[in-house]
Design a protein around this ligand. Sequence first.
Ligand code: FES
Length: 136
Amino acid sequence: MKEKQGHEICKVAELPVGERVIVEINGRSIGVFNVEGEFYALRNLCPHEGAELCKGTVTGMNLPSEVGEYNWVREGEILRCPWHAWEFDIKTGKSIFNPHKVRVACYDVEVEGAEEKAVESFKVGVNDDEMVVVYV
Ligand code: FES
């Protein structure tokens, strides 16, 4: 099996909470998302009919509830495909409607550069050099 390689995407500060960036790595379009300070990477290809999934709306979801009640949860964690509105969990790539069978590929993401800069960062109070790195 081929070993995964890290690809620097951007500085952490350039991808704020709730934002995404779409990049090309080894010919694959990949969306990188910041969900509440954690980073996730998904293939920008919907498993339904191939839309650019990562350009879809980032939203939340309703849990089952009584008539007239709304139980809105996970705001900012759900990605809705722009073509036919299939929804996916940004954290796992699994679909909401059939998580065991329908999913989009996802990739490991690391924040790198923090440990080496720990002493300096403490002094200045900002980790300007931390990079978001996707492993493909
Ligand atoms: S192409 Fe994404 S839901 Fe149809």
